[in-house]
Design a protein. Structure first.
Length: 207
């Protein structure tokens, strides 16, 4: 009975999380003209490292779980905001901006990859009440002629698991990322590959 009760509680928590993600997906399909009101918006720097490589400025975010929301602010149309859910607690929201192009800069596109971490990253997840170790992490790169922003998201690893293809979280996260691609490419007036960028990456990497 104890094991059954524990399983039921875990199922209820997962159901609640999926419902939250579905709601966020619906919100992304609306006209996001105003800045969102975050429940717990962090003021701390979202970047763990900023470096210059061959004349290009490279920004690396800290490791987050997945997306909260994104879009263009009506009051600041030159900014595209991206807000992320915390890896330790998904209720913790952090945000950064991508800006309109300046001078001779150019938006090169969105790219995906996996990077080995410099050192093991221990995750104590508040929501799932579990602890695990990350030795590598998937990322989304927003690439420009003059630099890049590498956004590290632990949730992306789900998209590379064949046994999770039909899960609600998999489909919701995939749709959210496809929506992000569409909105960002539109923001930079760049043509997006038919079907999006991430399906090709998943096809090559999924096991």
């Amino acid at each position: 009975m104890h094991n059954l009760a524990l399983l039921l509680r875990k199922k209820e928590k997962m159901t609640a999380l999926l419902e939250r993600l579905k709601q966020k997906q619906k919100e992304l399909k609306l006209n996001i003209d105003n800045k969102p009101k975050f429940k717990k918006q962090k003021k701390a720097n979202v970047f763990s490292k900023i470096e210059e490589v061959k004349g290009r400025k490279i920004y690396h975010t800290k490791i987050f779980n997945d997306f909260y929301t994104f879009g263009i602010s009506k009051n600041e149309p030159t900014k595209f905001f991206i807000s992320l859910r915390g890896i330790f607690n998904i209720e913790d929201i952090s945000m950064f901006h991508l800006f309109s192009l300046r001078e001779d800069d150019e938006f090169m596109g969105i790219y995906y990859g996996i990077r080995k971490l410099d050192k093991a990253f221990i995750v104590k997840n508040f929501n799932k009440k579990e602890t695990y170790t990350l030795r590598k992490c998937e990322y989304i790169e927003f690439r420009f002629k003059k630099g890049s922003v590498f956004c590290y998201l632990n949730g992306l690893h789900i998209l590379l698991k064949k046994d999770r293809v039909n899960s609600p979280y998999y489909n919701t996260l995939l749709n959210i990322i496809l929506e992000l691609e569409t909105e960002l490419y539109t923001f930079y007036n760049k043509e997006l590959l038919k079907g999006g960028m991430i399906p090709e990456w998943i096809k090559k990497r999924q096991k």
